[in-house]
Design a protein. Sequence first.
Length: 195
Amino acid sequence: MEYVLTPYALPTEPWVWWEGAFTEQELNWLQDKAKRAELSAQIGSGVDGGVDQSVRRSQVSWLKNAADTKWVFDKFADVAAKMNAQYFHFDLTGFGEPLQLTNYDQSEHGMYGWHQDFNGGVVRKLSMAMQLTDPSEYEGGNLQVLPTGKTEPQNVRKQRGLIAIFPSYVLHQVTPVTQGSRQSLVAWITGPAFR
């Protein structure tokens, strides 16, 4: 090698958002499904996965890509492609796993502590979290993002239908719900391993 280049990269946004992808009727349908979630949320995956209520307290259900749910995947894919092209420029392939409907309830101070969205199987590259609950229906339950190199978390605006999009390696959390309940829909967009 005669001369080695110093690589440069464009800065990546810690998180961005999209509004208005879903109608009120569609949000109601998704929220109803999330409210009926019954599986205790786990941390980790595979043989290392398990329930740890000191880290995560919520119930989940899974939305698979089927004839009656394809419209959800279509809308999320459209938003992911547009936001990725504008902000992240990641090499993406699609949804490597079902979408997650989550219910955080005041009865257990539903929350999910600081974490990154890594998975033992597919390579998650972009995380998408859509709020399904009107903010007047609950207290607490803030989605917070901690950008790399920062010490203060940023609160994602509470707005029904708002989709927060961020690289899956970004630390984030949902603070405890103190009144009411909060429902969300989460998707992970996968692709080849980061280089």
